[in-house]
Design a protein around this ligand. Structure first.
Ligand code: HEM
Length: 511
């Protein structure tokens, strides 16, 4: 019996595959354009076999050598265009942003978020995304970040970030929910794990619900948590607003008071609200409110923690001379009596340059979130089909000898001018870790501020030093093996040694 079911499943899969392939082959190349270079794909799996245990970065580096800085591969049924050159990235993501700013369909996200997956980060380039993005910008402008959101690095790093983001999103601290939010963020991380792109690669899997449900069981777990957490946070916010006669100035309260929502979840079909649409009218409802706030929580926590942990601390411990320069700047500005605030920014150029250099020298990863094209395009004679997944590796910018005096060294001076002042923003040289163009990270101001705050608080009070071995000798940190996207990652230990004159009493008096 079992073998008959298997036989039918295979037969059905083959028919669906042939239908997909026939549809795909019908598309002809537009006038005069040529196909992108790239390895020849096999039926059904495309070029998956060529990943052969390589990391994404290893794969991109190897194939760039063979096919050049822009090439095409197939992962299952899906065409991917891989870009590994900063000038091409700028041309496509920034100059042709209206074509290259969509996102590929992501099955897991549709299973986590409310209403078939409406959310800012994964939604196609269109009416829904524009409305959510405009709102997100209001919450996260440089001014809002500098005046309203204070990150307290003296608490546990991850929990204090969750607290801060919950405060932005739902106007309250999340004491009893912090653990659950942390769990949700962990489950959510699985969405971006390439080993979970089954349905994107093999869309016909959808026709086998029992398989699809098994493959996406992590998404269902995250979904239950997302629902529980956001319902509770929203209920609290509503209750507070009722008790205080609507007197609460948080961003969440403002949005909630001014939006057209009902107290029950409004159902809107996913496709309706995501399609490209010239009509700008948009009703922002309770589902949108929760999905936007959850996106902040999810996008803002893990990324920042990992930037602090291994772009910040892991580099600084190996560069005591940079620590001393930052401390000198901080001491001259603050006299050791207080912690810096955004008003001190102009007096702390070396600190700012160091944070930028951390993102350049050792970003969390060298890839942006995947983009997707909204229509066919011709670039340098190559045809780039609509709905291609665009994989952008910005390593070429961060390691360019043309752009940086010492590309392979940690050298904050890259971002200082000849007078020791912070250089003006430069499209190619400023770190790419947040992306550029229309889909760039909307939380960049907040993330940078959190990093500046953390490093400046820590270095006001402590020297960051290596762990020591049994004989008291420092164990030099080998960045190659420290937590990172690369293989062989290991947790690491540091010591925060109080600077001379720093006592607990003194810390308690500082603000
Ligand atoms: C060090 C910390 C962070 C890093 C490195 C980071 C990086 C990124 C990157 C690479 C993207 C995709 C850009 C692209 O596809 O072109 C992104 C998107 C996004 N980030 Fe961040 N991010 C950080 C912190 C934050 C914070 C604090 C928030 C919010 C509070 C946030 C909210 C978002 C959102 C909502 C998107 C989706 C934007 C869209 O699709 O329109 N991120 N981030």
């Amino acid at each position: 019996m079992e073998s008959i079911t298997l036989l039918f499943t295979l037969l059905f899969a083959t028919i669906i595959y042939i239908l997909f392939e026939t549809q795909r082959k019908k598309s002809n190349l537009p006038n005069g354009s040529i196909p992108l270079p790239g390895p020849k794909p096999l039926p059904i799996i495309g070029n998956l076999h060529q990943l052969k245990g390589l990391s994404y970065q290893g794969f991109v580096d190897e194939f760039t050598k063979k096919y050049g800085p822009i090439f095409q591969v197939r992962f299952g049924a899906n065409p991917w265009v891989v870009i590994n050159d900063y000038e091409i990235i700028r041309d496509l993501l920034i100059k042709r942003g209206s074509i290259y700013s969509s996102r590929p369909f992501n099955e897991a996200s549709t299973r986590i978020y409310y209403e078939g997956g409406k959310n800012i980060g994964f939604s196609p380039y269109g009416k829904y995304w524009r409305a959510m993005r405009a709102l997100a910008h209001q919450a996260l402008t440089q001014k809002m970040v500098d005046n309203n959101y204070r990150f307290d690095p003296t608490k546990d790093m991850r929990l204090s970030l969750i607290d801060l983001l919950a405060t932005i999103s739902y106007g309250q601290k999340s004491e009893n929910l912090s653990q659950k939010i942390e769990q949700m963020i962990f489950e959510f991380g699985e969405i971006l794990n390439p080993r979970n792109y089954y349905i994107e690669m093999f869309p016909w899997l959808k026709y086998f619900p029992f398989l699809a449900n098994r493959l996406y069981s992590f998404a269902y777990k995250a979904k239950a948590l997302v629902r529980e957490i956001s319902t509770e946070l929203l209920k609290d916010l509503r209750q507070r607003l009722q008790e205080n006669d609507g007197e609460e100035n948080s961003f969440a309260a403002l949005v909630l008071k001014n939006m057209d929502i009902s107290s029950t979840i409004v159902t809107k079909p996913y496709e309706d609200s995501l399609e490209l649409d010239e009509d700008n009218s948009f009703t922002f409802d309770e589902v949108d409110f929760m999905n936007l706030n959850n996106s902040f929580l999810i996008s803002g926590t893990g990324t920042t923690v990992s930037a602090i942990r291994w772009s910040g601390y892991a580099i600084l411990v190996n560069h005591p001379e940079v620590q001393r320069k930052i401390q000198k700047e901080l001491d001259e500005c603050l006299q050791g009596n207080r912690f810096p605030s955004p008003q001190d920014d102009p007096k702390l150029p070396y600190l700012h340059a160091t944070v930028k250099e951390c993102f350049r020298y050792r970003p969390d990863r060298n890839f942006l979130l995947q983009h997707s094209t909204t229509k066919d395009d011709i670039y340098r004679g190559y045809h780039i089909p609509a709905k291609s997944t665009i994989l952008v590796s910005y390593k070429s910018a961060h390691t360019s000898e043309k752009l940086f005096e010492r590309p392979n060294e940690f050298y904050p001076e890259h971002y200082l001018d000849e007078n020791g002042q912070l250089r003006k923003y430069d499209e190619l040289r400023d770190p790419w870790a947040f992306g550029k163009g229309r889909r760039a990270c909307v939380g960049q101001h907040l993330a940078e501020r959190n990093l500046l705050t953390t490093i400046s608080y820590v270095l006001t009070l402590f020297d960051i030093e290596n762990d020591i071995d049994q004989t008291g000798n420092p164990i030099k940190l080998n960045l190659k093996y420290v937590e990172s996207d690369q293989e062989g990652k290991e947790p690491y230990k540091l010591r925060f040694v109080p600077r001379s004159g720093v006592t607990l009493e003194k810390i308690m008096q500082m603000n």
